[in-house]
Ligand binder design. Structure first.
Ligand SMILES: [Cu+2]
Length: 316
């Protein structure tokens, strides 16, 4: 299996201040640069090319990961080679939509800082007009804002994976179809149809893995244009669902959780410890599941210890 390391924005510049008296975490400044790239990318496992608009050349863009209270020192670069203005909208930022999130013309860049103070998982995306088209063509990603520490309510997971679902509109120029929810043919998971489903796609070479009994934590983003997601682990039950990824918003024992457009949530799955099993993690909405939104999770004792750990949480 081929695993490119994800590009975690991790330029720690300096520890600025100690947080509280516990010594649990020190706030730091994290430098993040995203570059808008209008470039073809593969949207399935057989390398079918699509004229995407991206952050850093991939769908989704890089995982951005910080700890609550950190300072994000952010730069958006829009190279002069691009034809369109682009922007950034971090759902984890509490700023001014007309300032920080304003469109940036080709050949220009934008710099600002923000402090994500609420632990959780958040979408980021381009908001330049027409926003539906910029998201549908691939300009979205996740920012994970980790809490300062784990707890009984938010235990340390054994594996972590990022799954981001989006709608695929093959006519990249038809903005009206995107707005009106017409003409979408497939669902993408981390940018590809049946990305991690060798059962439904013989060209799929990746699946998620864990060992029996491990706590697998999935950070999920609904980056669809107009469709909610009925997120369900076939042959399993979500042990916990953290609404918006916040350790304070925990639900237990959930079969299906409805994820709104632009919502992100954290899902914990714990497979039976005494036997190997497989799960199919799906959007149970059939127009999405049967057109790409199925992800296989294989739980067996031979699971690669590197997968779903460290930087290997967004399998490419
Ligand atoms: Cu854009």
């Amino acid at each position: 299996m081929r695993w490119n390391r994800i590009l975690v924005a991790a330029g720690t510049v300096a520890a600025l201040a100690a947080f509280g008296l516990t010594g649990v975490a020190q706030a730091k400044t994290v430098k993040v640069t995203l570059t808008a790239k209008e470039t073809p990318v593969a949207i399935d496992n057989k390398d079918t090319q699509y004229p995407a608009w991206t952050f850093d050349g991939t769908i989704p863009g890089p995982v951005v990961r910080v700890t609550e209270g950190d300072t994000v020192d952010f730069t958006l670069v829009n190279p002069s080679a691009n034809k369109n203005s682009h922007s950034i909208d971090f759902h984890a930022a509490e700023v001014d939509v007309l300032d920080e999130f304003a469109p940036v013309k080709p050949g220009q860049s934008k710099h600002f800082k923000f402090v994500p103070r609420r632990a959780g998982v958040y979408m980021y995306h381009c908001g330049a007009p027409t926003m539906a088209q910029h998201i549908a063509r691939g300009m979205f990603g996740i920012i994970i804002v980790d809490p300062k520490s784990f707890s009984k309510d938010y235990p340390k997971p054994d594996r972590e994976y990022v799954l981001i679902q989006s709608q695929f509109f093959p006519n990249a120029e038809d903005k009206d179809a995107m707005i009106e929810n017409r003409g979408w043919t497939n669902a993408l998971i981390n940018g590809k149809i049946f990305h991690y489903d060798p059962v439904h796609d013989p060209n799929a070479s990746l699946a998620l893995v864990s060992k029996p009994g491990e706590r697998v934590r999935i950070y999920f983003v609904n980056a669809n244009i107009n469709m909610p997601v009925a997120f369900h682990p076939i042959a399993g039950i979500w042990d916990r669902v953290y609404i918006n990824g916040s350790p304070r918003n925990v639900l237990y024992d959930i079969q299906t959780y409805n994820v709104a457009v632009a919502e992100a949530d954290t899902f914990d799955l714990v497979s039976p410890a005494d036997r190997p099993t497989n799960n199919a993690i799906v959007d149970h909405t059939m127009s999405a599941a049967l057109r790409g939104a199925i992800t296989v999770l294989m739980n067996n004792k031979d699971a690669d210890p590197k997968m779903g750990t460290g930087d290997n949480i967004l399998p490419r």
